[in-house]
Design a protein around this ligand. Structure first.
Ligand code: PHE
Ligand code: ZN
Length: 878
């Protein structure tokens, strides 16, 4: 795969590997700046005809090379920057190589690298997608599955803990204070799932017995005091393991399961077989350092990585085009798990928010790509919201189409057919469909076609016929490389609501049953559905639960939306009605209309709901929150970020005024009194509303509310409080914000994960000098361009989550990111490429900003950059 033409790899060019690796023995002599890797590959040629062996390798220094024990002469192999090639080999043989690598010099954090300082840090690996080639020469592709034997040797004092995948297989002493530990992973795996960890680490452990009777030791490792913050992750892990047994019949399959936390990581976490490695941000949790949202992330990501053990590891991907086969499916499984553990409605709302503010934007811009891309030049750039989150939506549609029982049978069949294999999306759909004989292949179009479908729905009641007609149309806008789109199968979950808000019995012309809710399968450009024997509905509630990842235009006016907001029983659609109403209000404010009736309706309806005690406080908090700016900005063409920000502010201000200082103050006081810092769902839900009330109250009674926020900040029993109050003070521009910020920095100076929050808050501050402040923070002693979490906290947040500041009319925000990108790229291409995606929407901006951002992009593109960054820049400029 790596030998693709001009660096572009195409799905259509897939060829099965010419050589298989049955077993691999790896021996590491570990050192911070010199590590020696001995690899013995037990090779077997796939076909009968002789084939050259071509292995991937990058940044390796060759020390020795032998075939079946005999040293190869220089003429018997070809070695270059990216590969090792041997022409003549027996059809079955053992290739042994000896390589030297320098982990301390590895700032890209791919392959074997050092986390922390040379003195105190530890060594670890990251191999997905193509990091294993930085460790040894190997067919670095996911369809080569081998059994791994690993032997680790290192100084006992410096590296007391030596971990790899699989089960422990012995350990012992060596001379000179060195020791060894052996590991065997009985499950054949692709090399991207390989991992090792070596260093001084603390641990917690707990025994677990699987449903099928295996005793498993669960361990979590972290540096120093951080280990005291791993208990919640352990708890989440145990719940995830039970849940997967109960919901999918998936039992864990090794004697140990290990998780390690690091502060130096390019992504969220990694599902290496039996040895998950986590960005500390998504593993550590305690009330003093972690907010309610952090807890939710830890629970979700621990579960996600654990679920990969079956969806990803036991059944892996044939090639990287199939990435969503493991990621979309595993995100979906995590969503189901989180929904079961918490509020299903809230989880759905949050997932759709994420989808809209990242995936929909991606799908509408220059970086749009199908869930299963057709080609790539840098695979690292395809760990995207589309592959993950839209991919999960596709799985959700398919699961919904099958129904719970057939979905489970289909998944059983998928595991049965493909356990121990590298599979494709086609195979996944075929296995699922076999559960009830359905043909799911029309869903392949969803995998192949980029862009968010637009669904238009118009309903009409025919009183004479007592018939409700629903006319549907779909259209997917063109995306790069895909000018013409096909119609997709769209499951439309709907109900027709009567005057009392209750669903009317629905009978389609061809059926006898009349449930209150139906799912229509709409799979053509346009279609009409007729419901018979029906009283006049008050309104149609469409796309309940967000049954398909589309943009729906239901043509509803403010009065209909207000009705849904009051009466809809589907929690998601109730929230959705509030969102749509807010969108109408936003459009009116943006257009500068002197009176915006939709704004009045939105505020009035929310004011009516606000005192209702029966409403879940977390849902109420979300109802009271208009879509975030990134989401709203998508409807602006061209986009003036400052104007969009002003319009959204007008919404918040109007709502606060309509609810009124008295009501907000009183609700805030009431919720505060109930606040005990508990971590259960009900307490978290109340806190969400408490902090939403604070934000709104600050807008109408700034002096009193800021005093309260400052006091709550000072007395905060836990991080959720502390963070919410500090963020509220900053958002309000209160004078108490700066002292609180200084206090925060003092308190958490030594804790990287928590100090990141301090960088985030300042990056998101709505100030006219935020650019200068961000620039100054880049010189802060705790800031480092080498650390992806820091870069994301300060720079990514600034560029993506602070539109008015980043898009300052003088272009200073663009220049800041432009200059940082050049520096980051020299250290860590993955991180640079991800930050560069923040520039993708340049063409949608109003002309003055567009010219400035385009100029920044053009300067960047003229520089010599990494393949990852070059790929993003090239596609962004189109
Ligand atoms: N596979 C990881 C996940 O679970 C993400 C990841 C990709 C991590 C690449 C590191 C490198 O989503
Ligand atoms: Zn994943």
């Amino acid at each position: 795969m790596s030998s693709a033409q001009n660096g572009v790899v195409r799905l259509a060019d897939y060829v099965a590997p010419a050589w298989r690796v049955d077993e691999v023995e790896l021996e590491f002599d570990l050192g911070i700046s010199v590590t020696q890797v001995r690899a013995r590959l037990h090779l077997r040629r796939s076909g009968v005809t002789p084939q050259a062996l071509v292995l991937d390798g990058a940044g390796l220094q060759l020390q020795a090379i032998r075939v079946d024990g005999r040293e190869l002469a220089d003429t018997q192999y070809t070695l270059d920057e990216t590969s090792l090639r041997i022409e003549q080999l027996p059809a079955v043989c053992v290739l042994e190589t000896l390589a030297l690598i320098d982990p301390a010099a590895n700032s890209a954090l791919s392959g074997l690298y050092l986390s922390g300082s040379a003195e105190h840090g530890f060594l670890l690996t990251q191999c997905e997608a193509e990091g294993f080639r930085r460790i040894t020469w190997y067919p670095d592709r996911p369809d080569v599955l081998a059994k791994f034997h690993v032997l680790l040797r290192a100084d006992r004092q410096r590296f007391p803990v030596l971990l790899a995948n699989g089960n422990p297989a012995g350990s012992g002493e060596l001379e000179d204070g060195r020791h060894w530990v052996a590991w065997v992973d009985p499950h054949p795996k692709p090399c991207y799932l390989f991992a090792l960890v070596a260093g001084r680490l603390e641990k917690i452990e707990q025994e677990y017995r699987t449903a099928d009777g295996r005793a498993v030791m669960l361990r979590i490792f972290a540096e120093g005091d951080a280990i005291a913050r791993c208990g919640y992750a352990m708890d989440a892990l145990v719940r995830a393991m039970r849940w997967d047994e109960q919901q999918y019949g998936c039992n864990y399959d090794l004697d140990v399961f290990h998780i390690v936390a690091t502060h130096d990581f390019n992504m969220g976490a990694m599902e290496n077989k039996g040895l998950n490695i986590f960005n500390a941000k998504y593993l550590l949790a305690d009330p003093q350092h972690s907010s309610d949202d952090d807890y939710a992330h830890v629970e979700a990501i621990v579960a996600h990585e654990y679920f990969h053990n079956w969806t990803g590891n036991r059944v892996t991907c044939r090639d990287w085009f199939q990435l969503s086969l493991k990621e979309g499916l595993t995100v979906y499984r995590e969503q189901q798990f989180s929904a079961d553990m918490n509020s299903a409605t809230l989880k759905r709302i949050e997932d759709v928010q994420i989808l809209r503010r990242s995936q929909f934007i991606e799908d509408a811009g220059p970086l749009a790509h199908p869930v299963r891309p057709e080609q790539y030049s840098a695979i690292d750039n395809f760990y995207t919201a589309t592959v993950y989150d839209k991919g999960a939506e596709l799985v959700r549609m398919i699961a919904g189409r099958l129904g719970a029982a057939a979905w489970r049978r289909g998944m059983d069949e998928y595991f049965l057919r493909h356990d121990g294999e590298a599979a494709t999306v086609e195979q996944f759909l075929a296995a699922l469909g076999s559960a009830d004989g359905s043909d799911l292949s029309p869903y392949l179009r969803w995998y192949a076609q980029a862009g968010t479908p637009q669904l238009q729905a118009r309903g009409e009641y025919d009183a004479a016929q007592r018939c409700y007609r629903l006319d549907l149309q779909q259209h997917t806008p063109a995306t790069p490389g895909q000018p013409h789109k096909q119609a997709l199968p769209i499951p439309l979950r709907l109900a027709l609501l009567g005057d009392d808000g209750k669903a009317l019995p629905l009978r389609l012309h061809d059926s006898a049953d009349a449930p209150g809710e139906r799912v229509l399968e709409f799979d053509s450009d346009r279609a009409r559905f007729e419901f018979q024997d029906i009283d006049a509905p008050r309104v149609a509630s469409l796309l309940r639960g967000f049954s398909a990842p589309v943009r729906l235009d239901a043509g509803l006016g403010a009065a209909d939306l207000a009705f849904l907001l009051r009466f809809e029983s589907d929690g998601f659609n109730r929230w959705e009605a509030a969102q749509q109403l807010a969108r109408l209000a936003f459009a009116g404010c943006l257009a500068g209309a002197p009176v915006v009736p939709e704004l009045g309706t939105w505020c009035d309806t929310l004011a009516e709901l606000f005192p209702q005690a029966a409403l879940d406080p977390a849902l109420l908090a979300e109802l009271l929150t208009p879509p975030e700016l990134n989401d709203l900005a998508q409807s602006c063409d061209p986009l003036d970020p400052a104007a969009a920000h002003t319009a959204r502010e007008a919404l918040e201000q109007a709502l606060a005024q309509r609810l009124g200082a008295n009501a907000l103050r009183a609700r805030h006081a009431q919720l505060l009194q109930a606040e005990r810092g508990d971590l259960d769902g009900a307490a978290r839900a109340r806190r969400r509303l408490l902090n939403r009330c604070l934000r709104l109250w600050l807008r109408v009674e700034p002096i009193a509310a800021a005093a309260m926020a400052a006091q709550r900040y000072a007395e905060a029993p836990a991080m959720t409080e502390r963070l919410a109050c500090l963020a509220a003070l900053l958002a309000a521009g209160a004078e108490q914000a700066q002292p609180a910020l200084d206090d925060f920095a003092c308190r958490y100076d030594a804790d990287p994960v928590t100090l990141d929050k301090w960088f985030v808050l300042q990056a998101q501050a709505p100030r006219s000098d935020t650019v200068e402040r961000v620039a100054a923070l880049m010189a802060h002693p705790r800031f480092s361009l080498r650390n992806p979490n820091r870069v994301s906290a300060l720079l990514q947040n600034f560029a993506v989550r602070n539109l008015p500041a980043f898009h300052r009319p003088d272009g200073a925000g663009y220049v800041l990111i432009e200059q940082a990108l050049a520096q980051i790229d020299a250290l860590n291409p993955t991180t640079a490429a991800r930050l560069a995606t923040a520039l993708k929407d340049w063409a949608r901006l109003e002309p003055a900003r567009r010219r400035l951002l385009q100029a920044s992009l053009q300067r960047l593109v003229r520089r010599d950059s990494s393949q990852d960054l070059a790929d993003i820049l090239r596609r962004t400029l189109g």
